[in-house]
Write a protein that binds this ligand. Structure first.
Ligand SMILES: [Fe+2]
Length: 277
């Protein structure tokens, strides 16, 4: 465990091989099938541009999909997060999944997950084998900058009339505002991120059942590369983490989940599961 913590603190991410069972993987794959068949969640998204259905995603399927399994949180994960976060009490903020077919050319662009101020960890559970080159990529150590990155197009005031693809539209929905406060709080993704050697980009291949734990501030992306990909993500915060005033997540979650969330205050609505150790 100490090695995992050291890697996570140093790099902003750590892979833990064979963390969940094959039966859990099968259960979740089947559950994603059901979520796709029913499409009953208001968060359900088709992120593909030219091939309908080749890149699908949902948030809170566990809440909106009636046949989603009650045991969608692997037993060991809450304690693992409590330990790695060094917090005796942790809260599950969100579950989400991504499924992309091998023919899809849409990538998940560089971004961070931090929609909360304070401790925030994501757990990517690999539901398929994802080889080097197709797997999640991280900018090693980028969590230490403390910077909140957003796509550079968010900072171009003349881009409002430009056509945006489904993926960028998705991110805009949750993270975009032209308010000066937003523009001051965030910084653009560096344009030379993939060409400048000062950014240490690491591709982390996974086998089905592996997990990757990463800091919400660590820059990451998922390139497209001719392989079927499915991942289930659980996002965790501490009891001291507070709702960010710089995210549209609050308004969206409050509306669809009927929960009480207030900027600058902890997430203490009973909707969100808390684990004490
Ligand atoms: Fe992400």
């Amino acid at each position: 465990m100490l090695n995992f913590q050291t890697s996570l603190d140093r790099d902003g991410f750590v892979k833990i091989p064979s963390f969940v069972s094959s039966s859990f993987v099968s259960l979740l794959q089947h559950s994603v099938d059901i979520a796709i068949e029913t499409r009953c969640s208001p968060f359900f998204r088709d992120l593909s541009d030219d091939q309908d259905g080749s890149f699908l995603s949902d948030i809170w399927s566990s809440f909106f999909v009636s046949k989603f399994p009650v045991d969608y949180i692997p037993d060991q994960v809450p304690f693992l997060i409590s330990t790695l976060m060094r917090c005796p009490s942790v809260i599950l903020l969100q579950d989400t999944w991504f499924r992309r077919t091998s023919s899809c050319t849409v990538s998940i662009p560089w971004h961070h997950d931090q929609s909360i101020e304070g401790p925030f960890f994501s757990v990517w559970i690999s539901l398929t084998d994802i080889p080097f080159g197709s797997s999640l990529r991280f900018v090693r150590g980028s969590h230490k900058t403390g910077l909140r990155y957003l796509p550079s197009s968010f900072f171009q005031t003349d881009s409002s009339n430009d056509e945006v693809n489904a993926m960028e539209s998705f991110y805009r929905e949750f993270h975009y505002s032209d308010s000066p406060d937003y523009q001051r709080h965030f910084v653009p993704i560096p344009p030379d991120l993939e060409t400048n050697d000062c950014y240490d980009i690491v591709s982390v291949p996974t086998s089905s059942g592996d997990i990757i734990v990463f800091n919400g501030l660590t820059l990451h992306s998922l390139p497209s590369n001719n392989v079927d990909t499915c991942g289930f993500v659980l996002r965790w915060i501490s009891v001291d983490s507070v709702v960010s005033p710089y995210s549209n997540d609050v308004q969206i979650a409050s509306k669809f989940l009927n929960v009480s969330l207030n900027a600058g205050h902890p997430v203490n609505d009973n909707f969100f599961r808390k684990y004490d150790f």
